[in-house]
Write a protein that binds this ligand. Sequence first.
Ligand code: HEC
Length: 133
Amino acid sequence: MKRLVLLAASLTLTGIATAATPPAIYTAAQATAGHADFETHCSMCHGKNLQGIAGPTLIGQSFASKSNNYTVAAIFDELSQQMPAGAPASLTNTQYADIMAFILSKNGYPAGTTPLTFEGAQSSTVKLISQVK
Ligand code: HEC
């Protein structure tokens, strides 16, 4: 009986941990490349630490809280079609995917083994809820 209770408790804990961990949808190499592109093309308006200057913050709850209900596709659409403000859609598909990877990494999404493609980001239904306060 005692063993059953322990098993149930550990299953519950595992379930919670799985639900709280966002999926790995980009690689670490992409986030590194995206960091450099962000510094060159985005940081003058969004800040080196994504904290916001002339453009809004791209990190934390004031960017992507649960109630914003963003998907990766929705943010990627704005990012790749409207940004950089002043020269919309002027970067390459690879640069946009890398920058999306960088923004995900800064918001607590883990890197994995599958690269994020431009098309994949455009159609991604993955929820974007910042893991950062
Ligand atoms: C000249 C200033 C400027 C530059 C450069 C710029 N942005 Fe923006 N960005 C803005 C402003 C202003 C807004 C808010 C108004 C809007 O959505 O058009 C915005 C909005 C956004 C949003 C939507 C945020 C939200 O909460 O909905 C994202 C994502 C974004 N920018 C990403 C980027 C990326 C990535 C780059 C670099 C490729 C970039 N921006 C370059 C000014 C800029």
